[in-house]
Ligand binder design. Structure first.
Ligand code: ZN
Length: 350
C-alpha cells in the first residue's frame, strides 16, 4: 500500500482565466515540484494516479442541471464569464469535471483501502460552488461531490469535511447545511473582511444538520499560534463526531503575503496543521484522510508550504508544534472561540 496517493493531471493546465488571474496552473506546477522532491527525500512511498472525469450522476447528485448545462454551454461556445472573477474557456467544463473526478478518486482510494492518505492536486478549486451557482474561481464543488459519493454510494454515515482554506467554503457548508451525515468545520478569515461575506459562528446548520456546521472566523493578520489553537479547538469537536473518514479542503492562501489573503501564517503552520489532521485521523478513523486543493496563490512559496503540509500529514511531528502549543492565544481569538463555544453548547462538549 502506498503511504500517499497523489491524484494529478497535466490536463488541469487547459483551464485558464485571464493572464493576470491568480488562479493559474503555475500554482499546481510548484506543488507538484514539491511532491516530487518529497518522493526522493522521504522514507515514504508517494504514488501518482491519473484522475478520471466525474460521472454525470455524481455531478447531478450535488448540482442542479441548470448550473451544469450553463457551464457546459459557455465552454462549448468557446468561453465566457460567470462572475467578474470566475471566467471560462473552452476547456473549463471538462477540466472542472476532471477536478471533481480527481477529488472523488482521492476519497475512493482511501475508502477502498488502497491507501490511508491521498491528496488531489487540482484546479479549478471547488468549495465556493453552491448547488446552483459557480463563483470564487469555482465551478463544481469537488469535495462536496466526493463526500456525497461516500454517503450515497459507499454507505458512510459520518463524513467530516475540514476546510482550512483562508476563505469560508460557502458552497460546501450550504450543500450539507441540513445534513448530519456530513460534518463541516471551516476555519477562515472573518466574513466582515473577506470573500464570500458569510461563515459566522452562528451559522451552525438547520434541522437534522443543526450543530454539524462549525465556523471559526478569524480577524485579519491572524498569527500561526492563534490559527493553530483555533484549528485544534475545531478538531476537538470533530473528534466527538467520530468520523469514519476525513476529507480536507486544503488552501495555502492563509500564508502571510498571499496576494488573495489577509492572514499571516508562517510556512511552519502548515506542517503543524498536517500533523494535527493526521493525528485526528489516527485517533478516530484508522488514519483515513483524503485531501483536495482549494486556494493558495503565493507562487514562490507554494512548493515549500505544500511540502511541509504533506510532511505533517504523513505523521512527521514538527518540533515547532510544542512552541505554538505553549504560546498564548490572543484576546481577539479567544473571544471568537467563545462565540463558537456558545453557539454550539447544546451540541458538543467543551
Ligand atoms: Zn481561498
Amino acid at each position: 500500500m502506498t503511504d500517499l496517493a497523489i491524484i494529478y493531471s497535466d490536463l488541469f493546465a487547459k483551464h485558464s482565466m485571464d493572464r493576470a488571474h491568480p488562479e493559474k496552473q503555475a500554482r499546481l506546477d510548484e506543488i507538484v515540484k514539491g511532491v516530487k522532491e518529497l518522493q526522493k527525500e522521504l522514507n515514504y512511498s508517494i504514488t501518482f494516479f491519473q484522475p478520471e472525469y466525474i460521472r454525470e450522476e455524481d455531478l447531478i447528485s450535488v448540482h442542479v442541471i441548470d448550473l451544469i448545462e450553463k457551464i457546459k454551454a459557455i465552454s462549448l461556445a468557446g468561453g465566457g464569464m460567470i462572475t467578474i472573477d470566475t471566467t471560462l474557456n473552452k476547456h473549463t467544463y471538462d477540466i472542472a469535471r476532471l477536478a471533481a473526478g480527481a477529488t472523488k478518486q482521492a476519497a475512493q482510494l482511501v475508502a477502498e483501502g488502497k491507501t490511508k492518505k491521498s491528496f488531489a492536486i487540482v484546479r479549478p478549486p471547488g468549495h465556493h460552488a453552491e448547488t446552483n451557482s459557480a463563483g470564487g474561481f469555482c465551478y463544481f464543488n469537488n469535495i462536496a461531490i466526493a463526500a456525497d459519493w461516500l454517503t450515497n454510494k459507499k454507505g458512510y454515515k459520518r463524513v467530516a469535511i475540514i476546510d482550512i482554506d483562508h476563505h469560508f467554503g460557502n458552497g460546501t457548508s450550504h450543500i450539507f447545511y441540513h445534513r448530519k451525515d456530513v460534518f463541516y468545520l471551516s476555519i477562515h478569515a472573518h466574513p466582515m473582511y473577506s470573500y464570500p461575506g458569510s461563515g459566522y459562528p452562528s451559522e451552525i446548520g438547520i434541522r437534522e444538520g443543526k450543530g454539524y456546521n462549525v465556523n471559526i472566523a478569524l480577524l485579519p493578520d491572524v498569527t500561526s499560534t492563534d490559527w493553530l489553537h483555533s484549528l485544534q479547538f475545531g478538531l476537538d469537536i470533530v473528534k466527538q463526531y467520530k468520523p469514519e473518514i476525513i476529507l480536507v479542503s486544503v488552501g495555502f492562501d492563509s500564508l502571510g503575503g498571499d496576494p488573495v489573503g489577509i492572514m499571516n501564517l508562517s510556512p511552519n503552520a502548515f506542517i503543524c496543521a498536517g500533523y494535527l489532521l493526521n493525528q485526528l485521523a489516527e485517533d478516530t478513523c484508522g488514519g483515513k484522510i483524503a485531501c483536495t486543493l482549494e486556494g493558495g496563490y503565493k507562487i514562490d512559496q507554494l512548493k515549500e508550504v505544500s511540502k511541509k503540509f504533506i510532511q505533517g500529514l504523513l505523521g512527521n511531528k514538527p518540533f515547532i508544534l510544542n512552541k505554538f502549543e505553549k504560546s498564548a492565544t490572543s484576546e481577539q481569538t479567544n473571544s471568537m472561540l467563545n462565540q463558537v463555544r456558545k453557539a454550539l453548547l447544546d451540541h458538543w462538549k467543551f
